[in-house]
Design a protein around this ligand. Structure first.
Ligand SMILES: Nc1ncnc2c1ncn2[C@@H]1O[C@H](COP(=O)(O)OP(=O)(O)OP(=O)(O)O)[C@@H](O)[C@H]1O
Ligand SMILES: [Mg+2]
Length: 368
């Protein structure tokens, strides 16, 4: 029989065949509490899965695997903690102390669906139980007010001599946009530094409180404004949105390079407008080509998070201010987007774990 140690237990858990248990993420630190008392194992296990995936059936599988390897145990009391690891970064901690992770949703090319993807991912993450905020970093073309159906002005108050804005809320997420603060036309005449200054204020002067994810809907392009922004925001990771055809992929590659240049890990590529399924015939049409996003992520060795089809309901959701994952949660397309949001959460977790892996290895060595 294997030794009843944290390592021994982890090895048993790794034998469980379930996609919620990602073997690469199971490390000693996944075990938060480990105690054997009178042949009963008390175990707190932290998994990088959303709260909604913590189910009895998953617990039973894990308990069974442990009991098989450690037959002397009379019982296993397992507690699964859904884990959202924080990005440890001094700059982020100073600017956004309660925010665990920051994610930019970007693309090189305009109009590929960044805002649509950002909004739906934010709502999907929140539906899974995370605390989510959304910053509209597109100062020249804010989309968040329309796409999330919010028009109010944020409340302001004074704190320590500073004016603080209260973010607006809808669909379980907090949000801020220049569109809540100024007339539609005003920001167009702003110069670059004013735009990045506004985004900086959206971080420092908004009461974000505690958030698991703060998502940034980025402006299109990879020019000076975008570069300044990605340097201003202490980012955990970036999501690159592309459509399948070459013109969009060329720009997506540029965006990837921009993030590489400033050492921001790319959490993944999302291919949007991937295909269209005709509602009458069910036939699939590859309107903008096929498979470009996945091919590019392979080539550049970044994770591929998934494909979102073209569907009028996605566009209508944006136009009427009710994101599809909220409005039509049971449709296949909402499920696809939710799947992407979960993969993204996993990747963010992995980025954070990789960043702290040196510490983990030391801990591993100490155990033996
Ligand atoms: N999968 C989709 N199916 C149908 N319509 C979509 C889809 N994705 C985006 N759209 C629509 O395409 C248009 C452009 O999308 P969106 O505004 O999200 O792109 P963007 O990349 O943020 O644009 P910009 O570069 O101007 O910020 C919107 O009208 C949106 O509703
Ligand atoms: Mg946009």
């Amino acid at each position: 029989m294997a030794d009843l140690t944290k390592n021994g237990i982890l090895n048993s858990i790794k034998k469980v065949d379930d996609k919620r248990i990602d073997k690469n993420h199971l490390i000693l630190n996944s075990i938060k509490n480990f105690e054997v008392k009178e042949n009963i194992l008390h175990l707190d296990l932290s998994l990088s899965i959303p709260q909604t995936e913590v189910k009895e059936e998953l617990k039973s599988k894990i308990i069974k695997a442990i009991k098989e390897d450690f037959s002397d145990l009379s019982s296993v009391k397992l507690n699964i903690l859904a884990k959202i690891t924080p990005h440890t970064d001094k700059r982020k901690d100073a600017l956004l102390p309660g925010v665990k992770n920051t994610i930019a949703v970007a693309s090189g090319k305009g109009g590929v669906g960044k805002s649509t993807v950002a909004v739906n991912l934010a709502v999907a993450l929140a539906k899974d139980g995370a605390n989510v905020g959304l910053i509209d970093a597109d100062i020249y073309g804010p989309s968040i007010p329309l796409m999330l159906g919010v028009k109010d002005r944020p409340q302001v108050y004074q704190k320590d001599g500073k004016v603080i804005m209260q973010p607006l809320e809808n669909y379980g997420i907090k949000m801020i946009s220049i569109g809540f603060l100024v007339d539609d036309e005003a920001p167009v005449i702003w110069r670059g530094p004013m735009a990045s200054g506004a985004v900086k204020q959206f971080m420092s002067d908004v009461n974000w409180d505690d958030l698991d994810y703060l998502v940034f809907d980025m402006p299109p392009g990879t020019g000076d404004i975008q570069l300044t922004l990605v340097q201003t925001i202490p980012l955990t990771g970036a999501v690159i949105v592309t459509t399948p055809q070459e013109v969009s992929l060329i720009d997506a590659r540029k965006a990837l390079k921009m993030f590489n240049r400033v050492n921001v890990p790319v959490a993944g590529v999302v291919e949007n407008m991937s295909y269209f399924i005709a509602p009458d015939s069910g036939k699939k049409y590859d309107i903008f080509g096929f498979g470009g996003g996945e091919k590019m992520s392979k080539e550049l060795q970044v994770p591929f998070l998934g494909e979102i089809p073209i569907d009028p309901r996605i566009r209508i959701g944006g136009d009427k201010g009710i994101p599809i994952v909220f409005d039509l949660p049971d449709t296949e397309y909402s499920e696809i987007i939710t799947g992407i949001s979960r993969k993204l959460a996993e990747q963010i977790n992995l980025i954070n774990l990789n960043a702290s892996s040196k510490v983990e290895i030391l801990l591993d060595d100490e155990e033996q």
